[in-house]
Design a protein around this ligand. Structure first.
Ligand SMILES: *[C@@H]1O[C@H](CO)[C@@H](O)[C@H](O)[C@H]1NC(C)=O
Ligand SMILES: *[C@@H]1O[C@H](CO)[C@@H](O)[C@H](O)[C@H]1NC(C)=O
Ligand SMILES: *[C@@H]1O[C@H](CO)[C@@H](O)[C@H](O)[C@H]1NC(C)=O
Length: 511
């Protein structure tokens, strides 16, 4: 429309000029110089006005182009082409991004977000090696040490069922099997598909490469059904480490067939597949779910009717996940050394856990690209979209602001938002930054790197939505942090003490 108007205006101007020119040639030469001057003056005025209009139009065009450049673009990557389909596997990723003002694009344009369904650091290395400060990627390099099933399962933890690579760890396996004669193991062969449940005598540790993990034989059941728990977790930083969990809801998936009488040949009794039983089809949970409670609330309610309190269980779920990040952080720190800015990365994973009949928690795996398709279970749409919406907010992708602009950054989080321990900073720390750990948080002692991290931590707090910190964990006001920070490296210890300082000043910061 704008173009058509412009053309009209130009046509009109041309006509006017043309008429004027004709007037001048037809004029009596004896006319006074004054008249000629007036005509020239008019001509100049008309040309001037035309030029002004033209310039204004160009100007508007330019402004429009700038706006277009500012439009936030995202690029979706996977070897699997269905991810480009707005109705496919990543439907809710596309929908949520569009709702918060993103436009789907390619790697040819200056994108703000790369949503990679596959682990991108090998295939996309040339693109990821020279990222600009305002670009974000939904994976961290090095997180394979968490999301690789075998790497995770063979990590030492009271929350992870014992696992062995065979024949590599044959000696340890035989030793463990001798002490735990009743143990059952899920076996996965490198050569064959599928998993098999076997007792220790049935496992042949020399039958080629395989992987076995102890099976939790007495799971807690809801109406007789075994289930697993999927917790959405976000990593926003390492060195120092910041990890969050989505507390808005948790994905509960129930086995379609009742667990007892147990039959190892019937996987529907103990393995969760795409055809799981959703919360709203489990008889005792359907009612609370229909009343609007979350999957997590519905489960907690059920446990309560069985005389069990889930407080401890949820605390253990958080501990189990946190421990993994503390143990694996160094791999990510190491992998990040090949990239210019660590702020380019974030990662959302789903941790899958199970609980036994005493609500003891076991961690089974971490999925690096959790399935967010509601194709099978439309009611899951709300969970997936809420997780994504809160995720984009937490990692700073929801604002329209140019975070590379200092004024914009200060407006969000600045020095006064991160100043803590005023008592110590005004006394004991004044002459010596090394006298106490907390002195390193005082403005004159704060390193540039830590300062930038604390500003990020503050921005995350403001935009965390339904995410809550896993690490650093929830705190008590004025708690003694000595024991809690004893085993942390310096960056994590100082960041922990900073959160403790914020919590001391304002209880809403404690959680
Ligand atoms: C172990 O499994 C094998 C094969 O399924 C079976 O024959 C055997 O009785 C089992 N042993 C024990 C102790 O359960
Ligand atoms: C994701 O889940 C849907 C069911 O909602 C299923 O149809 C699909 O196969 C799953 N995709 C992947 C890649 O696991
Ligand atoms: C720290 O741990 C030690 C040993 O476990 C304990 O005796 C002490 O009370 C703890 N201190 C605080 C402040 O919790």
């Amino acid at each position: 429309m704008k173009k058509a108007q412009t053309k009209q205006i130009l046509d009109k101007n041309e006509k006017i000029s043309h008429n004027n020119a004709k007037d001048i040639t037809n004029n009596d030469k004896r006319r006074t110089e004054k008249d000629t001057n007036i005509n020239i003056f008019l001509l100049i005025c008309i040309i001037g006005v035309s030029l002004a209009i033209l310039l204004e139009i160009l100007n508007v065009r330019n402004r429009y182009d700038v706006c277009k450049d500012n439009k936030k673009l995202y690029w979706v990557y996977s070897a699997y082409s269905d991810v480009q389909n707005r109705k496919g596997l990543l439907k809710h990723v596309h929908l949520v991004l569009e709702r918060i003002g993103y436009e789907k694009s390619t790697n040819k344009t200056p994108w703000t977000l790369l949503w990679s369904h596959d682990f991108p650091f090998r295939s996309l290395y040339p693109n990821l090696h020279k990222l600009r400060p305002n670009q974000k990627v939904n994976h961290f390099p090095g997180t394979g040490f968490i999301t690789n099933k075998v790497d995770l399962a063979t990590s030492e933890s009271k929350y992870i069922p014992r696992a062995f690579k065979l024949p590599k760890n044959k000696a340890e396996f035989i030793k463990y099997a001798k002490l735990n004669k009743d143990a059952m193991f899920l076996e996965k062969h490198n050569q064959h598909r599928g998993v098999y449940l076997k007792n220790v005598t049935a496992i042949d540790s020399d039958s080629g490469e395989s992987f076995v993990q102890e099976f939790i034989q007495k799971p807690f059941l809801v109406d007789g059904h075994k289930f697993d728990i999927g917790v959405y977790v976000v990593l926003t930083s390492v060195d120092p480490l910041r990890v969050y969990w989505y507390k808005g809801d948790v994905l509960f998936r129930y086995c379609p067939t009742k667990y007892y009488p147990f039959d190892a040949n019937n996987l529907d009794k103990y393995v969760i597949g795409d055809d799981y039983l959703p919360t709203w089809e489990v008889p005792s949970l359907a009612q609370p779910y229909a009343l609007g409670y979350s999957m997590k609330d519905a489960f907690d309610h059920y446990a309560k009717t069985k005389g069990l309190d889930t407080t401890r269980m949820w605390k253990d779920v958080q501990d189990a996940i946190t421990e993994v990040f503390i143990k694996k952080e160094h791999h990510i720190v190491e992998a990040l050394k090949n990239y210019p800015y660590q702020d380019n990365f974030f990662e959302m994973m789903r941790f899958d856990l199970v609980v036994d009949e005493n609500l003891k928690v076991y961690l089974l795996e971490a999925n690096m690209s959790p399935n967010l398709s509601s194709a099978h279970f439309p009611p899951n749409q709300l969970l997936y979209e809420q997780v994504l919406y809160n995720l984009f907010s937490l990692v700073g992708l929801s604002t329209n602001n140019d975070i590379t602009d200092n004024n914009v950054r200060n407006m969000m989080s600045s020095q006064k938002n991160i100043a803590v321990y005023s008592g110590a900073c005004n006394s004991i720390c004044r002459d010596d930054c090394a006298v106490l750990d907390i002195c390193k948080l005082c403005r004159p002692c704060l390193s540039t790197r830590l300062r930038s991290n604390l500003l990020n931590a503050h921005r995350e707090y403001l935009h965390q939505g339904d995410f809550r910190r896993l690490f650093p964990p929830a705190m008590e006001p004025r708690a003694n942090a000595v024991n809690a920070t004893k085993f942390l490296n310096e960056a994590n210890r100082l960041q922990y003490l900073w959160y403790q300082g914020k919590c001391n000043n304002d209880v809403s910061w404690c959680l």
